[in-house]
Design a protein around this ligand. Sequence first.
Ligand SMILES: [Zn+2]
Length: 235
Amino acid sequence: MIDMDVLADSVTGDPRPDFYYTSTAQQTEFKCSACNSYNDIRGKYGYCSSCGWRNSAEQQRVALEQIRSKLKSGDVSASVAVKQVVSEFDAAARDYVNQLISHVPMKESRVKQLEKILFHNIDNFEELLSKFFDISLLKGMAADRSFVNKMFCRRHVYEHDGGVATTRYVEKSGDTDIVEGDLIRETVNNAHKLIGCLNRMIATFETDFQEMFPPEEFCIEVEKERRERIGQRNA
Ligand SMILES: [Zn+2]
């Protein structure tokens, strides 16, 4: 029998090719949110091996629900939660963008702009995504736009300025309750509201992305029928 650990340890230099990945399970196990198939992937984001649905939005929803419970139990402060949820959104949204770069033929100049897209900056990502793909993550959320912008600006302050409002914050956030030099006291309510907004935004990305890359309908139909059967049984 070949001992894969010994084999992999004998390979020097990083990164190791996928073949040498030694763990028995991969790094992320997930049930597909579209067809309920079990998947086991390296990394965090991937396609369902049955239907082709990308799991990035679902990964965000799971992560944000965990942060929401920690907020409720008081295990995480509101300002830390804001940093964490924006980071999850940034990573999931960027994953969809990386997939678009890989699978949609486009000019090099467009690739360059997409590689530099900023998911902490509403004006930046709304302009690029709508211009290139007719995708607006804030579709139907006009009333929340200024709130989301304010929270993105706050994330920057929590991350880089120790929570003390800078001139930049006062100019960009539209937050009239805060003046330069104030220590921003984040509220749990804001953090919860932000979670709702970010989940809605990533759901829009998910829907629009899968419209461009439709999943295998057969698997989703089978799952739909399964759910209906269970529903009837429990009725
Ligand atoms: Zn699936």
